[in-house]
Design a protein around this ligand. Structure first.
Ligand code: BG6
Ligand code: MG
Length: 214
């Protein structure tokens, strides 16, 4: 029986994945760098500086560490501006119902997001109090696809990794969940998330399926 549920934030609970994309797109065009949805797929779940490194690599470019910090910070300023007006209306379909159901089943809940902006987004959505634990991205040494963030989440809600189900929209996140020994539910495209145990388009109508696991 599963006793814990761990949620990614961006692209799972709310559609901030699109704002990360738009912020990178703006930075890339300012720098004359090529950037498209396909490159963006590689950035999902990946930290800020590493994301910029992937864009640079795709363009056959390399910046100094100082330049990378400077431009990653600029991208973040664009992103912060975009998430300023997020409200509970921006919670994705099915999420509220799923969380209420899991709570009624006595399942422990955590958020495991690579984003340093996660606390702000959760506050704007007014759902931070739904979770028993929110992992502090700043304290994680190895980002997704390393399993560390999910293992830390499980530990903090007092549940063994194999008793957890994880919800992810990124390939890096699905890999991290599998390496952590968790059941991985992918949200999005079957092709992009082929290593997931189960892929759904969104979280509406997921509870009857989850009844099999919890
Ligand atoms: C992840 C996003 O949740 O957080 C990535 O999927 C993002 O796109 C990463 O780069 C880090 O976010 P932030 O807000 O700390 O730059
Ligand atoms: Mg995500």
């Amino acid at each position: 029986r599963r006793k814990g549920a761990i949620f990614d934030l961006d692209g799972v609970i709310t559609d901030t994945a699109k704002y990360h994309y738009l912020a990178w797109k703006r930075l890339a065009s300012e720098l004359g760098l090529y950037f498209d949805e396909k490159i963006n797929e590689r950035l999902k779940g990946i930290g800020r500086l590493e994301s910029l490194e992937i864009i640079l690599e795709e363009n056959g470019q390399n910046f100094s560490h100082q330049e990378k910090e400077y431009y990653a910070n600029r991208k973040n300023q664009y992103y912060v501006e975009m998430i300023k007006n997020i409200t509970p209306k921006d919670i994705l379909p099915g999420v509220t119902n799923l969380i209420a159901t899991l709570k009624a089943w006595g399942v422990k809940l955590a958020v495991a997001s690579a984003s340093k902006n996660a606390p702000t987004v959760l506050k704007n959505l007014r759902i931070i109090e739904w979770f028993d634990h929110v992992v502090d991205a700043g304290r994680i040494k190895k980002g997704k696809p390393d399993p560390e963030i999910f293992l830390v989440a499980a530990q903090n809600i007092g549940v063994k990794p194999w008793e957890c189900v994880g919800f992810e929209d990124s390939a890096a996140g699905i890999e991290a969940l599998k390496r952590a020994g968790m059941l991985a539910v992918g949200i999005g495209d079957k092709e992009a998330l082929k290593d997931a145990d189960l892929v759904v388009k969104d979280l509406t109508f997921i509870t009857p399926i989850l009844e099999l696991f919890f």
